[in-house]
Write a protein that binds this ligand. Structure first.
Ligand code: RIB
Ligand code: CA
Length: 289
């Protein structure tokens, strides 16, 4: 597989941390930058979580602290819904990350083969508003069925529906991994036990964090890691092409709708082979393939 340069736009978040661990364990992927956005928790919390995760993984790419609030609405976080403070149970970094400013971030976004957006879409929408655009987006977000933030909306889209509207309407090629596919991706206990026996840093970090899934505003499922898995093992996923739109007002605010069309700009993943995904992830995090 040709090397893929990716920028991770994230809101760590336990599942964001697992996504970064999987990317760092994968020689086909080069993480060229990390940006943070408020969604799971306020921007200071998610950025300090990102820095701690990067330190544990030996990830020395630049870090950009992005949008502290959505484009139009007041700030919303998963901590508001599920309680807790959203901090990851990790030591402070031994070596601080190299911080970059907005100009540096924009350069990295444009140069990346893929931007993996696994928080709200505020940073990406702000960039598009300046006339610049990523080449390709892989997004975790949205629910075609039941939501998790509300009955209709998934958290990343609900946290900034106006940003999602701008991104979906931009014409940028998007692969969307919705909640419908990720909500059942709960790592089994025996896999966590096997990760704990590994000498590899990504496996050990995941084994320490995963027992905290479902607490302190961290999701039970590893939603965001599915975005990385879809880049690595596309054959495990089913997909449909079409056009996505988002509802930005009213009781269904944050709801996504999808109109299938053969040449639509968006690709929505519709299913995943669970066993295959966990098997591949375990081997990869161990450093075995
Ligand atoms: O709904 C799941 C998404 O919300 C994930 O990206 C998780 O990290 C949270 O931000
Ligand atoms: Ca996330």
């Amino acid at each position: 597989m040709k090397e893929i340069r990716l920028l991770l736009d994230c809101d760590p978040g336990l599942d964001d941390a697992v996504a970064l661990a999987l990317a760092m364990a994968s020689p086909e992927l080069v993480v060229t930058g990390i940006s943070t956005v408020a969604a799971n928790a306020p921007i200071g919390v998610v950025t300090s979580n990102a820095e701690a995760v990067m330190d544990r993984l030996g990830c020395r790419c630049p870090l950009f602290q992005g949008a502290p609030r959505p484009l139009i609405i007041a700030a919303r976080h998963s901590t508001d819904i599920w309680g807790g403070d959203g901090r990851l149970p990790l030591e402070a970094p031994h070596k601080p990350a190299t911080r970059i400013d907005r100009t540096g971030f924009e350069k990295l976004v444009i140069a990346a083969d893929v931007v993996c957006a696994i928080g709200s879409l505020t940073n990406i929408a702000e960039l598009i508003a300046t006339g610049r655009r990523p080449q390709r987006l892989a997004v975790m977000g949205g629910a075609l069925g039941r939501g998790n933030a509300t009955a209709h909306a998934e958290l990343n889209i609900w946290a900034d529906p106006h940003a999602a509207e701008i991104v979906f309407a931009s014409g940028i090629p998007i692969t969307l991994v919705p909640l419908d596919v990720t909500r059942t991706l709960i790592v089994p206990d025996d896999m966590i036990a096997r990760l704990a026996q590994s000498a590899s840093a990504p496996a050990r970090l995941c084994s320490e964090l995963l027992p905290h899934a479902g607490s302190n505003a961290h999701p039970s499922a590893i939603h965001d890691a599915a975005v990385i898995a879809a880049l690595l093992w596309p054959e495990l996923f089913s997909r449909r092409r079409g056009t996505l739109i988002v509802t930005t007002t009213g009781i269904e605010e944050g709801r996504i709708s999808f109109a299938p069309e053969r040449d639509g700009p968006h690709e929505v993943l519709t299913d995943v082979v669970h066993d295959g995904l966990f098997r591949h992830m375990l081997r990869r995090l161990h450093g075995e393939d």
